[in-house]
Design a protein around this ligand. Structure first.
Ligand code: HEC
Length: 151
């Protein structure tokens, strides 16, 4: 009985964060499908149709060098984090009325968390300026649920 309780607790602890957070590896595919013909996280790629996203996490909106942002973006006062990115991706013209980011394919609701996990990882200070995910592609991913299987 005691053992059973212990393992249940371990299972709950193991599953909790894994279920809440998105999967950055899956998010990389979403980014490839919806975003990367206008944006790159690699500093050496510079700006495209959209601004370079290197170091995005914690960056003030409209501040990447040498990109001609809309006045709306420059004056938005937004700082990019998981919450502001979620809102912007779902409704760019509502969050930043007058934004130049138009004509991109909307991301399905069920893919948003994965995309945001990728944006925050690839845009983190540790990943800048390359935008590489840690661990690098090809590394063995950490097991999703180290706890005992749920009944
Ligand atoms: C058709 C080209 C295009 C596509 C596709 C596109 N964007 Fe953009 N994006 C832009 C442009 C242009 C801007 C600058 C907007 C402005 O100045 O108002 C921008 C701005 C941004 C910004 C603000 C950056 C900053 O420096 O403040 C973020 C974040 C962003 N895009 C994320 C995304 C994500 C995530 C996707 C995929 C879901 C995406 N974009 C798809 C063109 C695009």
């Amino acid at each position: 009985m005691r053992l059973w309780k212990l393992s249940l607790a371990a299972t709950l602890v193991a599953c909790g964060p894994a279920m809440a957070a998105g999967d950055a590896q899956k998010g990389a595919d979403v980014f490839h499908d919806h975003c990367d013909f206008c944006h790159s996280f690699r500093l050496e790629d510079g700006n495209g149709t959209g601004p370079n996203l290197s170091g995005l996490a914690g960056r003030k909106a409209g501040t990447f060098a040498d990109f001609e942002y809309s006045a709306a973006m420059k004056n938005s006062g937004i700082v990019w984090n998981a919450q502001t990115l979620t809102q912007f991706i779902q409704a760019p013209d509502t969050v930043v009325p007058g934004t130049k980011m138009v004509g991109f394919r909307r991301v399905d609701a069920e893919d948003i968390d994965d995309l945001i996990a990728y944006l925050m990882a690839a845009g983190s200070p540790e990943a800048a300026p390359t935008g590489n995910l840690a661990p690098p592609a090809g590394a063995t991913p950490a097991p999703q649920s180290p706890g005992p299987p749920t009944p």
